[in-house]
Write a protein that binds this ligand. Structure first.
Ligand SMILES: Nc1ncnc2c1ncn2[C@@H]1O[C@H](COP(=O)(O)OP(=O)(O)OP(=O)(O)O)[C@@H](O)[C@H]1O
Ligand SMILES: [Mg+2]
Length: 402
């Protein structure tokens, strides 16, 4: 967690509205590029939900959860059991499977093994079994006076169906939640992940479009960035302070991206405290040096994984006016820098390569078929890199549109 979470008021209000639903019809997708603050915002949602009377279940999703329907079911059961293991269920609700002792003498709780036994004892598909579990849990949750359960999963873009193996864990999750919500059960899904997440959900089940409120995290505004920079050091005991000029420099380098704000501030803080310890007065922010370090720490590894041909294409994209929002295959093909290449890209080339670049996590395709850089400020990095490389090679037709 950052020492001060700046902005995100609108998103928090939206989440609070969703918590007020008596009948859960809308779930939440919280999405945004790397380092935008999805994980820390999700963390702050947890106490808000608990305060509003909800129980909170969930963790990070990893690829392994998405391998099979059974894995996903185990994940849900495990998360539920943490919340329900203290709930004592009545005699008549004790599942008969595997319980040899006299039931009336044993206090049976909804712990993992009970849930598992109910699961195993339910006939049908994995989806039927999970629905039964949720039905059982729903009736007990109401008795405890809670409003319902929020299932919060981070890194949810890792969810996927695997048609070749006939395993559909992503569709299972959507089917199950849609079904139990229709029956009025108080379970809400909150999924966070990269911008590929929502298109993935809709591709798996078109009804996902109506099932989720999508909040797309933007970079912080100038004022919010200022708060993120200054509030953590507002304590009188802090040895350093930032002038307006310094705050402006951080803003310029970071463009309001929380991860970059934090990165730059940490670097500055380290340099300045070292200066102070050495008895000298801190100078301004070493913008050039910090940018260079950021380039090598954050961008260079990703850039190194691209092939020469992919870099040609990324360089063209970085020169588009629309590079910081979204661009089309057409715009790349028609750019003078493409025409000037000895082997210029055709539309089908660009299409194929963008798919590869999306797999490599450098580009993503949104639901309207347009593309964006999947890494914040990648376009600017590519331009800087070009300027540094200029002495070593030539890139024909280099003509940034600004
Ligand atoms: N609103 C904010 N104010 C101040 N700092 C923030 C804010 N949001 C995020 N940060 C800081 O930025 C960094 C990135 O945040 P976080 O890890 O939540 O991003 P993320 O979107 O989950 O990234 P990833 O996609 O890589 O998982 C963290 O170190 C966090 O402390
Ligand atoms: Mg995260």
């Amino acid at each position: 967690m950052p020492p001060f979470l700046a902005g995100r008021m609108d998103e928090t209000r939206e989440f609070q509205k969703l918590l007020k639903q008596d009948h859960v019809l809308e779930n939440l997708v919280l999405t945004g590029l790397r380092g935008l603050g999805k994980t820390v915002l999700l963390e702050t949602f947890k106490p808000i939900a608990i305060q509003a009377g909800w129980l909170w279940a969930g963790t990070d999703l990893s690829e392994s959860m998405s391998v099979s329907e059974e894995n996903l079911a185990t994940r849900l059961l495990t998360d539920l059991a943490v919340l329900t293991s203290r709930i004592v269920i009545g005699k008549e609700e004790i599942p008969r499977i595997g319980l040899k002792a006299r039931p009336d003498e044993i206090e049976i709780t909804l712990n993992f093994s009970t849930l598992r036994a109910i699961y195993e004892g339910t006939p049908g598909l994995v989806a039927d079994k999970v629905k039964t579990i949720l039905e059982v849990v729903a009736s007990h949750v109401r008795v405890t006076g809670h409003k319902g359960i929020v299932f919060a999963y981070d890194e949810a873009q890792t969810l996927a169906d695997h048609a070749a193996k006939e395993q559909y864990p992503l569709s299972l999750l959507l089917d199950v939640f849609q079904s139990v919500q229709r029956k009025g059960m108080p379970f809400m899904l909150v999924l966070t992940g990269l911008p590929t997440l929502f298109p993935k959900l809709v591709e798996a089940r078109t009804f996902a479009e109506r099932m989720f409120r999508v909040l797309f995290l933007d970079p912080l505004s100038r004022d919010e960035s200022r708060d993120a920079i200054l509030k953590p050091i507002s304590d009188g005991r802090c040895p350093v302070s930032f002038t307006d000029v310094s705050v402006d420099s951080v803003w310029k380098i970071s463009a309001g991206y929380p991860y970059f704000i934090q990165y730059v501030c940490r670097e500055v803080f380290d340099v300045w405290t070292q200066n102070l310890e050495a008895g000298s007065v801190p100078a301004g922010i070493p913008i050039e040096e910090i940018t260079r370090k950021l380039d090598s720490d954050f961008f260079a590894g990703r850039w190194a994984r691209a092939t020469d041909r992919q870099r040609d294409l990324l360089r063209i994209a970085a020169q588009l006016k629309t590079r910081d929002s979204e661009f089309t295959v057409q715009e790349i093909v028609e750019h003078p820098a493409n025409r000037a290449l000895s082997k210029s890209f055709s539309s089908s080339h660009v299409n194929q390569m963008l798919v590869k670049l999306a797999d490599a996590g450098l580009i993503y395709k949104n639901r309207h078929g347009k593309y964006s850089f999947a890494v914040p400020l990648l376009g600017q990095f590519i331009l800087r890199q070009y300027k540094r490389d200029r002495s070593q090679g030539t890139f024909p037709g280099w003509a940034p549109e600004e």
